[in-house]
Design a protein around this ligand. Structure first.
Ligand SMILES: [Zn+2]
Length: 295
Protein backbone atom coordinates (compact mmCIF):
# COMPACT_ATOMS: atom_id res chain seq x y z
CA UNK A 1 0.00 0.00 0.00
CA UNK A 2 1.37 3.38 -1.00
CA UNK A 3 -0.10 6.02 1.26
CA UNK A 4 -0.53 9.53 -0.12
CA UNK A 5 -0.76 12.65 2.00
CA UNK A 6 -0.75 16.31 1.06
CA UNK A 7 -0.64 18.31 4.25
CA UNK A 8 -0.85 17.90 8.02
CA UNK A 9 -2.64 20.95 9.45
CA UNK A 10 -0.71 23.78 11.06
CA UNK A 11 -4.01 25.45 11.99
CA UNK A 12 -7.45 24.35 10.83
CA UNK A 13 -6.69 23.45 7.20
CA UNK A 14 -8.40 20.04 7.53
CA UNK A 15 -11.69 21.82 8.29
CA UNK A 16 -11.32 23.87 5.12
CA UNK A 17 -10.16 20.98 2.89
CA UNK A 18 -10.61 17.56 4.57
CA UNK A 19 -9.64 15.90 1.27
CA UNK A 20 -6.26 17.64 1.16
CA UNK A 21 -5.38 18.10 4.82
CA UNK A 22 -5.34 15.79 7.82
CA UNK A 23 -5.17 16.92 11.43
CA UNK A 24 -1.95 16.23 13.33
CA UNK A 25 -3.91 14.05 15.80
CA UNK A 26 -5.38 11.85 13.09
CA UNK A 27 -2.02 11.57 11.34
CA UNK A 28 -0.35 10.31 14.53
CA UNK A 29 -3.24 7.89 15.04
CA UNK A 30 -2.57 6.51 11.54
CA UNK A 31 1.08 5.91 12.44
CA UNK A 32 -0.04 4.15 15.63
CA UNK A 33 -2.34 1.97 13.54
CA UNK A 34 0.54 1.10 11.20
CA UNK A 35 2.60 0.11 14.23
CA UNK A 36 -0.15 -2.04 15.81
CA UNK A 37 -0.69 -3.68 12.44
CA UNK A 38 3.06 -4.46 12.33
CA UNK A 39 3.26 -2.81 8.91
CA UNK A 40 6.63 -2.98 7.16
CA UNK A 41 7.06 0.69 6.26
CA UNK A 42 9.69 0.76 3.52
CA UNK A 43 11.49 3.56 1.69
CA UNK A 44 9.78 4.04 -1.70
CA UNK A 45 12.84 2.99 -3.74
CA UNK A 46 13.11 -0.29 -1.86
CA UNK A 47 9.35 -0.86 -2.02
CA UNK A 48 9.23 -0.30 -5.79
CA UNK A 49 12.17 -2.58 -6.57
CA UNK A 50 10.94 -5.33 -4.25
CA UNK A 51 7.42 -5.02 -5.65
CA UNK A 52 8.85 -5.70 -9.12
CA UNK A 53 11.08 -8.53 -7.84
CA UNK A 54 8.21 -10.11 -5.91
CA UNK A 55 10.14 -9.99 -2.63
CA UNK A 56 7.99 -7.53 -0.63
CA UNK A 57 7.43 -8.56 2.96
CA UNK A 58 3.85 -8.92 4.15
CA UNK A 59 1.98 -5.75 5.10
CA UNK A 60 4.35 -3.51 3.13
CA UNK A 61 3.59 0.20 3.20
CA UNK A 62 5.32 3.24 1.66
CA UNK A 63 4.43 6.73 2.88
CA UNK A 64 4.42 9.60 0.37
CA UNK A 65 3.63 13.31 0.59
CA UNK A 66 2.70 15.37 -2.45
CA UNK A 67 3.86 18.94 -3.10
CA UNK A 68 6.30 19.50 -0.19
CA UNK A 69 4.41 21.86 2.10
CA UNK A 70 6.20 23.46 5.05
CA UNK A 71 3.85 21.55 7.37
CA UNK A 72 5.60 18.32 6.31
CA UNK A 73 8.69 19.52 8.15
CA UNK A 74 6.77 21.03 11.07
CA UNK A 75 4.14 18.34 11.67
CA UNK A 76 4.66 15.11 9.72
CA UNK A 77 8.42 14.62 9.93
CA UNK A 78 8.76 14.79 13.75
CA UNK A 79 5.96 12.20 14.07
CA UNK A 80 7.45 9.94 11.37
CA UNK A 81 10.82 10.08 13.12
CA UNK A 82 9.29 9.10 16.45
CA UNK A 83 7.95 5.96 14.77
CA UNK A 84 11.13 5.39 12.74
CA UNK A 85 9.17 5.44 9.46
CA UNK A 86 10.84 6.46 6.18
CA UNK A 87 8.96 8.75 3.80
CA UNK A 88 9.08 10.37 0.40
CA UNK A 89 8.17 13.93 -0.58
CA UNK A 90 7.18 14.57 -4.20
CA UNK A 91 8.33 18.17 -4.41
CA UNK A 92 6.95 20.78 -6.79
CA UNK A 93 9.74 23.35 -6.94
CA UNK A 94 8.39 26.63 -8.36
CA UNK A 95 7.21 27.94 -4.97
CA UNK A 96 10.44 26.88 -3.16
CA UNK A 97 11.97 30.23 -4.15
CA UNK A 98 8.92 32.24 -3.06
CA UNK A 99 8.08 32.95 0.56
CA UNK A 100 4.40 33.13 -0.35
CA UNK A 101 1.57 30.66 0.09
CA UNK A 102 0.24 28.90 -3.01
CA UNK A 103 -2.12 31.49 -4.42
CA UNK A 104 -5.20 29.44 -5.34
CA UNK A 105 -5.00 27.60 -2.00
CA UNK A 106 -4.56 30.61 0.30
CA UNK A 107 -7.38 32.52 -1.41
CA UNK A 108 -9.64 29.46 -1.20
CA UNK A 109 -8.69 29.08 2.48
CA UNK A 110 -9.48 32.72 3.25
CA UNK A 111 -12.75 32.71 1.30
CA UNK A 112 -13.89 29.60 3.11
CA UNK A 113 -12.68 30.51 6.62
CA UNK A 114 -14.06 34.06 6.38
CA UNK A 115 -17.50 32.49 6.71
CA UNK A 116 -18.88 34.91 4.13
CA UNK A 117 -21.36 33.52 1.61
CA UNK A 118 -20.18 35.94 -1.09
CA UNK A 119 -16.84 37.54 -1.96
CA UNK A 120 -16.46 40.98 -3.50
CA UNK A 121 -14.18 40.63 -6.53
CA UNK A 122 -14.95 44.00 -8.17
CA UNK A 123 -11.26 44.95 -8.02
CA UNK A 124 -10.22 41.60 -9.49
CA UNK A 125 -12.24 41.03 -12.63
CA UNK A 126 -15.45 39.77 -11.03
CA UNK A 127 -18.55 40.89 -9.19
CA UNK A 128 -20.08 39.71 -5.95
CA UNK A 129 -19.32 36.01 -6.27
CA UNK A 130 -20.52 33.03 -4.24
CA UNK A 131 -17.53 31.94 -2.11
CA UNK A 132 -17.60 28.50 -3.78
CA UNK A 133 -16.77 29.86 -7.24
CA UNK A 134 -14.82 32.99 -6.32
CA UNK A 135 -11.42 31.25 -6.64
CA UNK A 136 -12.19 30.17 -10.22
CA UNK A 137 -13.19 33.71 -11.16
CA UNK A 138 -10.06 35.08 -9.52
CA UNK A 139 -7.75 32.53 -11.15
CA UNK A 140 -9.05 33.19 -14.64
CA UNK A 141 -8.65 36.95 -14.08
CA UNK A 142 -5.02 36.41 -12.93
CA UNK A 143 -4.34 34.32 -16.03
CA UNK A 144 -5.78 37.02 -18.29
CA UNK A 145 -3.66 39.66 -16.51
CA UNK A 146 -0.65 37.34 -16.79
CA UNK A 147 0.25 37.96 -13.13
CA UNK A 148 3.44 36.39 -11.77
CA UNK A 149 3.77 34.87 -8.29
CA UNK A 150 4.71 38.11 -6.41
CA UNK A 151 1.87 40.02 -8.14
CA UNK A 152 -0.61 37.30 -7.20
CA UNK A 153 0.66 37.46 -3.62
CA UNK A 154 -0.19 41.19 -3.60
CA UNK A 155 -3.73 40.26 -4.68
CA UNK A 156 -3.92 37.71 -1.84
CA UNK A 157 -2.78 40.39 0.60
CA UNK A 158 -5.43 42.84 -0.63
CA UNK A 159 -8.13 40.18 -0.32
CA UNK A 160 -6.89 39.27 3.18
CA UNK A 161 -7.32 42.85 4.28
CA UNK A 162 -10.80 43.01 2.71
CA UNK A 163 -11.80 39.81 4.55
CA UNK A 164 -10.26 40.78 7.90
CA UNK A 165 -7.26 38.40 7.91
CA UNK A 166 -3.83 39.46 9.18
CA UNK A 167 -1.82 38.51 6.10
CA UNK A 168 1.56 38.91 7.82
CA UNK A 169 0.44 36.46 10.50
CA UNK A 170 -0.64 33.99 7.79
CA UNK A 171 2.76 34.40 6.10
CA UNK A 172 4.54 33.94 9.42
CA UNK A 173 2.67 30.72 10.12
CA UNK A 174 3.98 29.32 6.78
CA UNK A 175 0.51 27.95 6.07
CA UNK A 176 0.17 26.58 2.51
CA UNK A 177 3.78 27.42 1.70
CA UNK A 178 6.22 25.08 0.00
CA UNK A 179 9.52 24.26 1.75
CA UNK A 180 12.39 26.66 1.05
CA UNK A 181 15.59 25.31 -0.59
CA UNK A 182 17.34 25.19 2.83
CA UNK A 183 14.41 23.38 4.38
CA UNK A 184 14.38 20.85 1.54
CA UNK A 185 18.08 20.26 2.17
CA UNK A 186 17.45 19.74 5.90
CA UNK A 187 14.55 17.37 5.31
CA UNK A 188 16.68 15.38 2.84
CA UNK A 189 19.51 15.23 5.39
CA UNK A 190 17.01 13.79 7.87
CA UNK A 191 16.62 10.85 5.46
CA UNK A 192 13.49 11.88 3.54
CA UNK A 193 13.62 11.02 -0.18
CA UNK A 194 12.83 14.07 -2.31
CA UNK A 195 11.30 13.04 -5.63
CA UNK A 196 9.69 14.61 -8.71
CA UNK A 197 6.33 16.36 -9.03
CA UNK A 198 7.09 18.82 -11.91
CA UNK A 199 8.41 22.35 -11.43
CA UNK A 200 5.15 24.23 -11.98
CA UNK A 201 2.72 21.50 -10.89
CA UNK A 202 1.49 20.78 -14.40
CA UNK A 203 1.69 18.05 -17.04
CA UNK A 204 1.62 19.65 -20.51
CA UNK A 205 0.62 17.41 -23.42
CA UNK A 206 3.42 18.91 -25.49
CA UNK A 207 6.58 16.76 -25.26
CA UNK A 208 9.07 19.63 -24.99
CA UNK A 209 7.06 21.43 -22.34
CA UNK A 210 6.58 18.19 -20.41
CA UNK A 211 10.31 17.42 -20.52
CA UNK A 212 11.07 20.98 -19.42
CA UNK A 213 8.85 20.50 -16.34
CA UNK A 214 10.82 17.39 -15.37
CA UNK A 215 14.19 18.96 -16.21
CA UNK A 216 13.51 22.12 -14.16
CA UNK A 217 12.15 20.06 -11.26
CA UNK A 218 15.08 17.63 -11.35
CA UNK A 219 17.74 20.37 -11.52
CA UNK A 220 16.41 22.06 -8.41
CA UNK A 221 16.03 18.84 -6.44
CA UNK A 222 19.59 17.90 -7.40
CA UNK A 223 20.79 21.36 -6.33
CA UNK A 224 18.96 21.29 -2.96
CA UNK A 225 19.66 17.67 -2.01
CA UNK A 226 22.73 16.58 -3.97
CA UNK A 227 20.95 13.48 -5.19
CA UNK A 228 19.21 12.41 -8.37
CA UNK A 229 15.43 11.91 -8.10
CA UNK A 230 14.09 8.83 -9.95
CA UNK A 231 10.46 8.61 -8.83
CA UNK A 232 7.59 10.76 -10.05
CA UNK A 233 4.09 11.61 -8.98
CA UNK A 234 1.55 13.02 -11.47
CA UNK A 235 0.42 16.48 -10.25
CA UNK A 236 -3.32 16.49 -9.55
CA UNK A 237 -3.26 12.80 -10.53
CA UNK A 238 -3.37 13.83 -14.20
CA UNK A 239 -1.74 11.17 -16.39
CA UNK A 240 -1.86 10.05 -20.01
CA UNK A 241 -0.27 7.15 -21.91
CA UNK A 242 1.78 9.59 -24.03
CA UNK A 243 3.75 10.52 -20.89
CA UNK A 244 5.23 7.01 -20.43
CA UNK A 245 8.00 7.20 -23.08
CA UNK A 246 8.83 10.75 -21.91
CA UNK A 247 9.14 9.59 -18.29
CA UNK A 248 11.37 6.70 -19.38
CA UNK A 249 13.50 9.14 -21.38
CA UNK A 250 14.05 11.05 -18.11
CA UNK A 251 15.18 7.89 -16.33
CA UNK A 252 12.11 7.74 -14.10
CA UNK A 253 11.61 4.34 -12.49
CA UNK A 254 8.16 4.72 -10.99
CA UNK A 255 5.20 7.07 -11.10
CA UNK A 256 2.28 7.22 -8.70
CA UNK A 257 -1.29 8.29 -9.41
CA UNK A 258 -4.24 9.32 -7.24
CA UNK A 259 -6.15 6.20 -8.29
CA UNK A 260 -7.26 4.32 -5.22
CA UNK A 261 -5.77 0.87 -4.98
CA UNK A 262 -2.97 -1.40 -3.79
CA UNK A 263 0.16 -1.70 -5.91
CA UNK A 264 0.56 -5.25 -7.23
CA UNK A 265 3.43 -7.18 -8.78
CA UNK A 266 1.86 -6.74 -12.21
CA UNK A 267 1.00 -3.03 -11.74
CA UNK A 268 2.49 -0.77 -14.41
CA UNK A 269 5.39 0.90 -12.53
CA UNK A 270 4.41 4.21 -14.18
CA UNK A 271 0.83 3.92 -12.90
CA UNK A 272 1.12 2.88 -9.28
CA UNK A 273 -2.13 3.42 -7.37
CA UNK A 274 -2.22 4.81 -3.84
CA UNK A 275 -4.54 5.37 -0.93
CA UNK A 276 -5.17 9.09 -0.57
CA UNK A 277 -5.44 9.30 3.18
CA UNK A 278 -7.40 12.25 4.44
CA UNK A 279 -9.28 13.69 7.39
CA UNK A 280 -12.63 12.29 6.28
CA UNK A 281 -11.45 8.66 6.05
CA UNK A 282 -12.61 6.95 9.22
CA UNK A 283 -10.20 4.79 11.25
CA UNK A 284 -12.22 1.66 10.40
CA UNK A 285 -11.90 2.30 6.67
CA UNK A 286 -8.16 2.86 7.07
CA UNK A 287 -7.92 -0.42 8.98
CA UNK A 288 -9.70 -2.28 6.21
CA UNK A 289 -7.12 -0.90 3.77
CA UNK A 290 -4.32 -2.11 6.02
CA UNK A 291 -5.91 -5.52 6.05
CA UNK A 292 -5.82 -5.47 2.24
CA UNK A 293 -9.52 -5.39 1.44
CA UNK A 294 -10.40 -1.73 1.52
CA UNK A 295 -11.99 -0.37 -1.63
ZN1 LIG B 1 0.49 18.00 -6.13
Amino acid sequence: MILCYHGVSLRDEHIWRPGLYISAERFVRRLEMLRSFRANVLPLTEAVSRLRAGTLPERSVAITFDDGFFDFQAQALPALRRFGYPSTVYLTTHYCQHRAPIFNLITSYMFSRSGRPTIDLHDFGGGTEPASIAVDTLMSWCRKQNLDTPAKDDVARALASQLGFDYDALLGSRILQILSPDEVANVARAGVAIELHTHRHRTPRDRDLFLREIRDNKARIREYTGREPIHFCYPSGDYAAEFFPWLKECGIESATTCVRGLAKIDSNPLLLPRLLDQEDIEDLVFESWLAGFGL
